[in-house]
Write a protein that binds this ligand. Structure first.
Ligand code: ADP
Ligand code: ZN
Length: 215
């Protein structure tokens, strides 16, 4: 099963990608995570990407496309693309990549959410710097402050989860990413899920709907 997940910042893309693995094993390809790893390791790509990410802007398309082509070439099936495509040119580039590798998409899942809910959620978001487990200081607190329940790692907040950058990310989303809904609807691949109450309670239903799409 080959999936795209897209949605506003904080809608729950990462949470869905992690938790859907209880139904089936997927390779989780997150462009945001890939960029953050490059930034942490101070690679050339990381240096380039951080200027854009800090401002809440998109990293240039050709950079991101090359990264995704490389990942998909290695993976080929049973993946979740989280954070790519993020605009129409990236979606068109993805079509070319999928065609080159003879990969068929199963669905594009759109996570819908109200902006007010997102800002509140993101300023309270933290994650484990070792295993990546997500936390939230309002709705999913760790048992011990700043310590991961799963692995004991330290919890950190993303540098771009401050209110000003969040507003920019939301504007970028509205202008560039939201048009993907129409794009994938026209291909008969769109599945929309409302995430105002979180994705976890919806997951059984989402999975049932996805499984029904496979022959
Ligand atoms: P969120 O969806 O919560 O904003 P992500 O982790 O998906 O977070 O992305 C963080 C940042 O990484 C984005 O704001 C953007 O700067 C950059 N980024 C991620 N994916 C892409 C992409 N496909 N194209 C360009 N930039 C990207
Ligand atoms: Zn952890």
């Amino acid at each position: 099963m080959q999936l795209i997940i897209f949605g506003a910042p904080g809608a729950g893309k990462g949470t869905m990608a992690q938790n859907i693995q209880k139904y089936k094993q997927f390779s989780h390809i997150s462009t945001g995570d890939l960029f953050r790893r490059h930034i942490k390791e101070k690679t050339d790509l990381g240096k380039l990407a951080s200027d854009y990410i800090e401002k809440g802007l998109l990293v240039p398309d050709e950079v991101t496309e090359k990264l995704i082509r490389h990942e998909l070439d290695m993976i080929r099936s049973d993946f979740i693309l989280d954070g790519f495509p993020r605009n129409i040119p990236q979606a068109e580039a993805l079509d070319r990549i999928l065609q080159d590798f003879d990969i068929k998409l199963t669905a594009c899942v759109h996570l819908e959410i109200d902006p007010e809910i997102v800002i509140e959620r993101l300023v309270n978001r933290m994650s484990c710097q070792d295993c990546g487990a997500p936390y939230n200081l309002v709705i999913k607190k760790p048992k011990v402050e700043n310590v991961c329940d799963e692995c004991g790692g330290k919890l950190t907040q993303r540098a771009d989860d401050n209110e000003e950058t969040i507003r920019h990310r939301f504007e970028t989303y509205r202008a560039e990413t939201e048009p993907l809904a129409r794009y994938y609807e026209n291909k008969g691949l769109l599945m929309t899920v409302n995430c105002n109450e979180g994705i976890l309670t919806k997951l059984d239903q989402v999975w049932e709907d996805l499984a029904a799409l496979e022959d």
